[in-house]
Ligand binder design. Structure first.
Ligand SMILES: O=C(O)CCC(=O)CC(=O)O
Length: 268
């Protein structure tokens, strides 16, 4: 793991896989950090250079005061690509991570070899919902709404109190920096990538857990329908975070898509 000042923010990031291999960048969702990809990365890093980072306000990255704009997150991603001298990457974005990938497309589609939009959409939620969530956290903290969030993130089977992984990801959520979480809620509230999706000229895979309660399959399909030639896949047995509940299937879909884009076969 490394820390570097990127776009003016101390970003926590990590690279796995061979230098010189085609690059994947994995971007985590709201209230999580890059460890959500831990089970997926070993299945991709044999063939790809896999860069992960904690977006601003999350994980061990710096927490600027809220609010943030999706353009801030996209500028961080662009600066991270420049930091690693990556001309173009396959960007894999989960939820807000997908919106950050679309934000990069709005700046410069040439930096995208492809896009995996995982459990995300061109527009997520509405202003009233995001403002209500921000107000609840400002008053009572993330823990006060954690049960609702976790019921959207994970399938009932995963949400067993006896499941140590469920306990662990609950801790990841409730220990997220409030300013970072609220700041990114504001970015989601204000972002609408409908036109970006319509104008996308980048190979795109949209995928979603069959039990996603945050960005359900119908919403992700509606996003895929905006994007010319986009593929659409449903991951069985997963909620909002297929990389945690179904890492093998997640890695297979990403690896197969990356193999098509870079012409170097599937995940290993
Ligand atoms: O997960 C994200 O990045 C944003 C979507 C969301 O609201 C997740 C949740 O249900 O809390």
């Amino acid at each position: 793991m490394s820390f570097d000042r990127i776009n003016g923010i101390a970003l926590h990031h990590r690279v796995d896989g061979p230098e010189g291999a085609p690059t994947l960048v994995l971007i985590n969702s709201l209230g999580t950090d890059y460890r959500i990809w831990d089970a997926v990365v070993p299945m991709l890093a044999g063939r790809y250079r896999v860069i992960r980072y904690d977006k601003r306000g999350h994980g061990l990255s710096e927490v600027p005061p809220a609010p943030y704009r999706m353009e801030d997150h996209a500028a961080d991603l662009l600066a991270l690509l420049d930091h690693y001298a990556v001309g173009e990457a396959l960007v894999v974005g989960l939820s807000i991570g997908g919106q950050i990938g679309l934000g990069l497309a709005a700046i410069d589609q040439n930096r995208l070899a492809g896009l995996v939009l995982m459990d995300t959409a061109h527009k997520i939620g509405d202003a009233a919902g995001w403002n209500g969530r921000i107000a609840a956290i400002e008053t009572d903290g993330i823990a006060s709404i954690a049960d609702q969030i976790l019921s959207r993130w994970f399938t009932p089977a995963f949400r067993s109190p006896d499941n140590p992984a469920f306990r662990g990801y609950t801790s990841m959520l409730v220990n997220s920096p409030s300013q970072g979480y609220i700041g990114s809620c504001a970015a989601l509230r204000d972002a609408d990538h409908t036109e970006t999706a319509r104008n996308l000229e980048v190979a795109t895979l949209c995928m979603v857990g069959d039990q996603d309660g945050s960005t359900p399959p119908d919403l992700v399909k509606a996003c895929a329908d905006l994007i010319v030639g986009a593929k659409f896949e449903i991951v069985e047995g997963a909620g909002h975070l297929p990389c945690i509940e179904q890492p093998e299937m997640t890695a297979r879909l990403i690896g197969d898509f990356a193999g098509e884009i870079f012409g170097n076969g599937a995940a290993s």
